[in-house]
Design a binder for this molecule. Structure first.
Ligand SMILES: *Cc1c(COP(=O)(O)O)cnc(C)c1O
Length: 412
């Protein structure tokens, strides 16, 4: 017998390559850690606008939070979590929810469906929803057909890309250049059943071509699986997000998922479906079965956030966010910052080391922004991502822009 070499056990690396990815990203993270930009421990009792590093006493405004409306610290939301625990007297039932669930969990499902005007399935996280749904979408079980060709947008979030190898074990998986409707149409012409996996408002800035996607759906029956995590709550009269501005009425060819741990201010994930979709099997054939449903505290905070979504306060916070975006864009125009019109901004500076230096200098001046590296962004295009929020005042936004301009001016 000959000795087994590394080539004999190495996988095909068709959709992921940890051998390459892990060392590349770890060297960047180490750089961030060396500058004290990771593992910052804070006291959050004064909110996201005034976090305090408990080890140094340094106070700063958090520009890395996805709680775009500040609902994560809204008294109604927090209090509803406490109340749910007190009333139910159990942190959760610790079993598969398709067998037995709290009546409050059923109530959450009904209230979310009523709020968003379509059938809504709640889950413990959006990541779990994508892992549960995408393989069954590929195999044809959502559509009750033969398998579908599944096309992932190149910029689709890690939580979706992560499932590619599993989907590829069921069907043909393709990767589409970002927002390339011609590529997608070509696939639609070539194959009878096609699904497109994408985001609504992309986590690194930019938007999906909703009209283009919609046109292909109408012409070819394209199935659309869209993750709108970064627009839920921030857009729409009831916070239904960006995608619903075009996909108003959902049918059996569209599913919109979103995390409720971001602007919604709770924790968990939701899938918005057409009213007639029957997907009970989803709970019995994957992560939604082995991961439990929302825990009691999350049921409470979700109900609390629904109450805020139904109040005029949602619009007030959405408008303040829009004003902060407009203010930022006005002041920062011509500086090459990506994400005009969006609450998610990206400043590209090039090499990893420069991104860490920029983030460190901003932190020193009282602002935490996330340095981001390959593989989240292409090699050599590292930078910082910053997110504006509707619970920041205009004065805070002004002050931040002044500091950012100043730091960029002196940045070699
Ligand atoms: C954060 C994020 C997720 C993951 O959401 P969880 O509910 O925490 O699993 C999924 N998709 C996108 C686009 C995200 O930004």
């Amino acid at each position: 017998m000959t000795e087994t070499g590394i080539e004999d056990v190495m996988g095909p690396h068709r959709f992921r390559n940890n051998q390459r990815m892990v060392p590349a990203s770890e060297s960047a993270w180490q750089l961030a850690a060396d500058h004290g930009m990771l593992d910052i421990r804070v006291d959050a009792t004064h909110g996201q606008n005034r976090l305090r590093d408990v080890r140094t006493g340094h106070e700063f405004l958090n520009l890395a939070s996805c709680s775009y409306l500040g609902l994560n610290s809204h008294p109604t939301v927090v209090e509803a979590g406490v109340t749910a625990l007190r009333e139910e007297r159990v942190t959760g039932l610790a079993m598969a929810e398709f067998r037995i669930r709290l009546d409050a969990a059923h109530r959450v499902e009904e209230e979310l469906s009523a709020l968003f005007g379509t059938r809504v399935l709640p889950s413990i996280s959006c990541g779990v929803l994508s892992s549960a749904v995408l393989p069954l979408l590929g195999s044809g079980h959502l559509t009750g057909t033969d398998p579908l060709v599944v096309v992932f947008d190149r910029f689709a979030h890690f939580s979706m890309n992560f499932v590619k190898p599993v989907v590829a074990d069921e069907t043909l998986v393709l990767t589409c250049p970002h927002n390339d409707m011609d590529f997608l149409e070509d696939v639609c012409r070539r194959y009878p059943r096609v699904a497109y996996v994408c985001e609504g408002a992309y986590s690194t800035g930019g938007l999906a071509d909703l009209e283009g996607i919609r046109a292909l759906q109408e012409r070819y029956g394209l199935y659309v699986y869209l993750d709108d995590s970064h627009a839920l709550s921030t857009q729409g009269p009831y916070g239904e997000g960006y995608a619903r501005s075009v996909f108003r009425e959902l049918d059996e060819r569209t599913m919109i998922v979103a995390s409720t741990a971001k602007a919604f201010g709770s924790t968990g994930g939701i899938a918005m479906l057409g009213a007639s979709s029957q997907f009970d099997f989803l709970y019995r054939s994957g992560p939604m079965g082995w991961s439990q449903g929302l825990r009691t505290a999350a049921i409470g905070t979700t109900l609390g956030s629904i109450a805020v979504h139904r109040s005029p306060e949602l619009g007030v916070r959405q408008r303040r966010l829009a004003e902060n975006i407009a203010l930022f864009d006005r002041r920062m125009k011509d500086r090459g910052v990506r994400g005009t019109g969006s609450h998610i901004k990206f400043v590209t500076v090039g090499e990893n080391e420069r991104a860490v230096r920029l983030a460190t200098e901003l932190y020193r001046r009282g602002y935490y922004c996330s340095a981001m590296f390959f593989p989240v962004v292409p090699r050599g295009q590292a930078g910082i991502r910053l997110m504006l929020r509707g619970d920041m005042t205009a004065a805070m936004t002004e002050r931040f822009v002044t500091v950012l301009e100043d730091v960029l001016d002196g940045f070699a």
